[in-house]
Design a protein around this ligand. Structure first.
Ligand code: TRP
Length: 340
């Protein structure tokens, strides 16, 4: 394990970086676990929120869908309340520095450390017919995303923690081999750290790749679908709204309800004391529908205004490239690439 060195460059606000892949369905789990927190962070930090389309092609994508999903994801960021005046929003492939830094970092990364990554092993199993180099190199591209902007904080879920460890290792490795260049980022653990589980199998994370569509709520699900999915959510036979490790289904529904009402588990238990799961599930569905409906309407409105979205992307790409190129120039120089 390498020891950290202090990196230069101190702005008043810390830079926070995160990204989501434009691969289609965004779930309620993504919203509660990521997007909702991103909105809350935009005043406190210099937030950089990226649509990571280059990561998306590590598994096969239909080009027309990828294109469509990219704009839809940007519109969703905005519809959720991410303010383009406060945050830097852009598409990864619009800033060539990501691929360029990735290459330099590749040459500091061993094949062994990438082949040991949990997500690589999982995805190689899942996509056994397409174990491409990009799938293996995915974490290094993520490292480049983060380091280019000198991010101090990266909000990530548990499944990305290993990639953040690699980010720290590579930043420290480069800083030690050459001289202090990169900020060594820390994971950002959100205050409200609810991990949303499948509605059908509360031992598994809510995922859009769940073959059972009743397991997840998509951000685009209409009210009646949301109501139906909660109605069918797996609970237990105790018929009492109370959280507990042995009661993952009910606890998961309580986490969702808490995320939208701001209530504590204790308050939720009081609210539903003596009432059955039917009432509770309907209340959870209502809270989710009330939160998602305006987001859905706003996303739709934004998608009808392509010129506005393109304006945000053009400006974002320009700003991002300026920041990224500053870091990349230092890296190229220190690496020994001939300077003109
Ligand atoms: N790998 C992340 C995920 O699938 C997405 C991602 C790409 C990301 N680059 C990033 C997240 C940089 C945080 C920071 O969830």
């Amino acid at each position: 394990m390498e020891t950290p060195q202090k990196a230069p460059e101190a702005s008043e606000k810390k830079v926070l970086f995160s990204g989501i892949q434009p691969t289609g369905i965004i779930t309620l789990g993504n919203y509660i676990g990521a997007l909702k927190n991103w909105v809350a962070l935009q005043d406190e930090y210099d937030c950089v929120y990226c649509v990571v389309d280059m990561h998306a092609i590590t598994v096969r994508q239909d080009p027309a869908n990828l294109r469509k999903n990219t704009l839809e994801l940007l519109a969703l960021y905005l519809a959720c309340g991410i303010d383009p005046e406060k945050c830097l929003l852009f598409v990864q492939s619009h800033v060539p520095a990501h691929a360029e830094l990735c290459w330099v970092l590749n040459c500091l990364t061993s094949v062994g450390e990438l082949s040991r990554m949990t997500q690589f092993k999982d995805k190689s199993r899942k996509h056994a017919d397409n174990v491409n180099m990009g799938l293996m190199d995915y974490p290094v591209l993520m490292v480049a995303d983060i380091l280019l902007y000198q991010a101090a904080l990266v909000p990530v879920g548990a499944d990305q923690k290993q990639h953040l460890e690699l980010t720290r290792d590579l930043a420290i490795r480069f800083n030690n081999r050459y001289s202090p260049t990169f900020t060594v980022p820390e994971p950002y653990i959100p205050r409200q750290g609810a991990r949303i589980m499948s509605l059908q199998d509360p031992s598994a994370k809510m995922s859009k790749s769940d073959p059972d569509e009743n397991g997840f709520v998509a951000m685009t699900d209409p009210p009646e679908v949301i109501a139906r999915k909660f109605k069918r959510a797996v609970t237990d036979s105790l018929a009492c709204v109370k959280a507990g490790e042995d009661r993952p289904g009910v606890t998961n529904l309580m986490s969702i309800y808490a995320a939208f009402t701001g209530r504590t588990f204790g308050q939720i238990e009081d609210e539903f004391a003596g009432r059955g799961y039917g009432d509770f599930k309907a209340a959870v569905a209502d809270a989710v529908i009330a939160a998602l409906s305006p987001i859905q309407a706003e996303q739709k409105r934004l998608l009808a205004d392509k010129a506005y979205l393109h304006g945000i992307l053009a400006e974002g790409a320009q700003k991002a490239a300026r920041l990224a190129n500053k870091t990349l120039a230092k890296v190229y120089k220190k690496t020994g690439f001939y300077q003109l």
